[in-house]
Design a protein around this ligand. Structure first.
Ligand code: AHG
Ligand code: MN
Ligand code: MN
Length: 342
């Protein structure tokens, strides 16, 4: 009988550490502790239907969005677990207006953790998959305590990024710049085991993923693009899938191919660049998709090349199969006539 349970994520990270002569184990410690935090979140998400951790926490966050109790729990869990491990100089969360400093009583480190503690939280109460997204940079400033400048780095400087999905199973997908690897949590042993080694996104997909209720608020170019994806003249045809949970929509397209879009829209004058956040959503997923052979763009420039200006800045996001995203760029730039079929 096969006794081997396969490779755990810790073994996988240690293997990468051994391959890197300058590695000190600091990164391994960081990622291992984040994994512990997400196991705690996963357990709470899976209990959510039973105990009173569902529903609205009765306040709005910096994004002026209703904060769910699980948003708060997840954010608190990550902060509590990560702030004392001595590997971070600063953190930043979608749920915190400002950077999260490491308390003076704890040792500091050379890494920066930026994260969305719970993505897709509007789906918590209806049992749809949600997740945690993370992005890791190296410190750039000279003093011990991290600063906003350590956080506001362009996506191409990330040293690692990935996400956890709390769904029918709990999965972790991450990259350190050497491919994209997926792990599935085996509850019986509490370990993430390698289940998707070297994930590659199909060059072209047949899935487009967008919230079409915003159609009338998009630019003409984006409307034309979505009309193309829906046109009966487009061969082979596309199909539409939209879960409303970025990690879930992204993960499906990563495995099956396709394009996820959250375009800029005129719906909310305070959010002219769309809803999704550069630092804790677009950048980490853009790093993952690039490492899997895909591409992420605002349609004007690659996501990873954006020089961040604000902690919570939002960007239009077109991400997925390289050919689909490049087609979207050319369509919206008007380089392709109506009905071009590529
Ligand atoms: P979060 O729960 O972290 O605020 O993220 C929600 C995001 C993202 O998960 C999803 O793609 C998007 O909101 C859905 O927005 P719409 O409901 O406007 O389509
Ligand atoms: Mn999110
Ligand atoms: Mn969130």
């Amino acid at each position: 009988m096969k006794t081997s349970i396969g490779m755990t994520v810790t073994e996988h990270i240690l293997e990468k550490q051994r391959e890197n002569p300058e590695a000190t184990g600091a990164f391994t410690r960081l990622l291992s502790e984040l994994i512990v935090a997400t196991k705690i979140i996963s357990r709470e998400v899976n209990k959510a239907g039973i105990v009173d951790i569902l529903g609205y926490a009765g306040r709005q966050n910096i994004q002026e969005e209703d904060v769910q109790k699980l948003d708060e729990f997840s954010n608190r869990t990550i902060i509590e677990r990560m702030c004392h491990i001595g590997q971070l100089c600063v953190m930043a969360s979608e749920e915190n207006a400002d950077i999260i400093e490491i308390p003076s009583r704890y040792p500091k480190g050379n890494y920066v953790l930026i994260y969305d503690p719970l993505d897709g939280s509007s789906n918590i109460d209806v049992n749809v998959s949600i997740g945690t997204i993370f992005s890791i940079h190296r410190k750039t400033s000279s003093h011990e305590d991290g600063t906003l400048s350590d956080v506001l780095q362009p996506g191409y400087k990330q040293v690692a990024a990935g996400y956890f999905i709390y769904g029918s199973s709990t999965m972790m997908v991450y990259t350190t710049g050497e491919g994209v690897h997926g792990f599935t949590l085996f509850p019986g042993i509490g370990e993430f085991l390698l289940s998707h080694e070297n994930i590659r996104i199909p060059e072209r997909g047949r899935i487009f993923s967008v919230n079409e209720s915003n159609y009338n608020y998009w630019s003409d170019g984006v409307r034309r693009l979505v009309d193309y994806f829906k046109s009966p003249d487009t061969k082979p045809p596309y199909t539409a899938r939209y879960i409303g949970s970025l990690v879930s929509d992204f993960h499906r397209n990563l495995l099956k191919g396709g394009i996820f879009m959250y375009p800029a829209d005129t719906k909310d004058p305070k959010k002219p660049h769309g809803k999704l956040r550069l630092m804790c959503e677009a950048n980490p997923l853009a790093f993952v998709v690039k490492e899997a052979g895909g591409y992420a763009s605002t349609l004007e420039k690659p996501i990873l090349e954006i020089e961040p200006e604000e902690l919570h800045q939002r960007v239009p996001l077109f991400i997925g199969s390289k050919e689909d995203v490049e087609l979207a760029e050319r369509y919206v730039r008007g380089e392709l006539g109506l009905g071009s079929n590529l």
